[in-house]
Each structure stands twice: as C-alpha cells, then as structure tokens.
Write a protein that binds this ligand. Structure first.
Ligand code: MD5
Ligand code: FE
Length: 203
C-alpha cells in the first residue's frame, strides 16, 4: 500500500496503525516532561499548532529565528529521549521508501486542535537535505498541502488519516507544504486532536 505523490514523496497508508496506541503511550511521558507549547514565529506571532520534541535535538522558534537546540528552552534541560518505537518506525518507513540506514536524531511533535493549521513553508533548518523526513499522522484526519519547489506552485490536497506515514526525500525534501485548518471531530485515541510526529536527521 504505497502511493508515490511525486519524485521522493511516498505515502505509506496505515503503516503506523497497529502501533498507534503504543506510540501515543510512549509520547505521553515525553509531553509530561516537555509540555506542548505554542512557539513564536520570528515575526512575533504565536503558531496555532502546539509543539514539543524528543531526541538529541529539538526544533524551536522564537523572535531570533528557527533552529535546532539540544535543550528545551522552557527549562534548560535536555529534550526527553526518543522512544525506541518512534525511532524504529522512522527507520522502517524510510527503508520502505528507499532510504535504508535512516537514523532520526530529532522528533518534532505537532499537536493540532480544531482550527489549527500550518501555512506553506519549506523545512530548511536541517544540516543535510540528503536525509529524508518521515511524518506519522495520528488521531483526527487532516488535509495536507503538497506544493512544489517554489511557493507559487499550486499545492495538491492530500487527505491524511490516523496511521498514515509519509517519507519525504529526494526532490520532495524541499517542497513547499502545509496543513489546512483542522476540522473538529472525535478520535477514539486522541479525542479532539491530531498529532504529527516528524522524524528528522537534523544534526
Ligand atoms: C505536519 N509538519 O503534518 C507536517 C508533517 C513541519 C511539518 O510540515 O514542518 O513540522 S512533515 C511534512 C513535510 C516535511 C518535509 C517535506 C515535505 C513535507 N514536503 O515536501 O511536502 O505537521
Ligand atoms: Fe514542514
């Protein structure tokens, strides 16, 4: 059950479905130690998506810009370790998409509530664009916007459901992308939320 969205972008429908409850349980203590928070864009606006991280590096944003840091800016402590199950699904998904040997050192946890969205952007804060990014969708469904190499390319709207995993590598690695405002709903495992885990080799 693989769909290719374009060169480098592979959708693995339901890959995480059987592991979803275990993944959410593994993320629970992470979020207890490093709580979800609304980060501030360099322009000064709070993002609608709440975020946290686990792994050696964590993505952060504030008025000084976007970057990866070893410590949670809220308390100065190292980010919680990445659960083995999370690391393994990254490895598994990347290998299926043609990227054997992928080892994530950063996992960004995005939490969407109804109305939360992500505007079109590129992921450019990682050191090596040759490594893919693996994203795992959990909970409420969302419409993902998959654009092209330049902002004006009209994005394709892709529905993403609980358990879907996408690997973004090759040319797709630097494509513009976003997420439409989340529609309200109720999911048996996550209630009114959508979680997205984004596994990266950042350092
Ligand atoms: C999300 N998160 O659904 C997405 C999943 C982010 C973010 O975009 O930056 O936190 S990752 C989607 C992604 C990553 C890299 C490349 C492409 C998409 N792409 O080429 O479309 O919360
Ligand atoms: Fe992104």
């Amino acid at each position: 059950r693989e769909e290719r969205l374009g060169p480098g972008a592979v959708v693995l429908r339901n890959l995480a479905r059987d592991r979803a409850a275990a993944i959410l349980a593994a993320i629970d203590p992470v979020l207890a130690a490093a709580p979800l928070r609304r980060m501030i864009t360099p322009g000064g606006s709070p993002m609608s998506v709440r975020m946290s991280n686990c792994g050696a590096l964590g993505w952060t944003s504030d008025r000084r810009g976007y970057r990866y840091v070893e410590r949670d800016p809220l308390d100065g402590r190292a980010w919680p370790p990445m659960p083995d199950l999370v690391r393994e699904i990254g490895r598994d998904a990347a290998a299926r998409a043609g990227f054997p040997g992928f080892e994530a050192d950063a996992c960004l946890i995005n939490c969407y509530e109804p109305g939360a969205r992500m505007s079109l952007h590129q992921d450019r804060d990682e050191r090596d664009f040759g490594a893919p990014i693996v994203s795992v969708s959990l909970g409420l469904p969302a419409v993902f916007l998959f654009g092209g190499p330049v902002r004006k390319d009209k994005p394709l709207a892709i529905p993403l459901r609980h358990g879907d995993v996408i690997v973004w590598g090759g040319p797709a690695r630097l494509h513009f992308h976003g997420v439409r405002p989340l529609q309200d709903g109720e999911h048996p495992l996550t209630g009114h939320f959508r979680y997205n885990l984004t596994l990266r080799k950042a350092g």
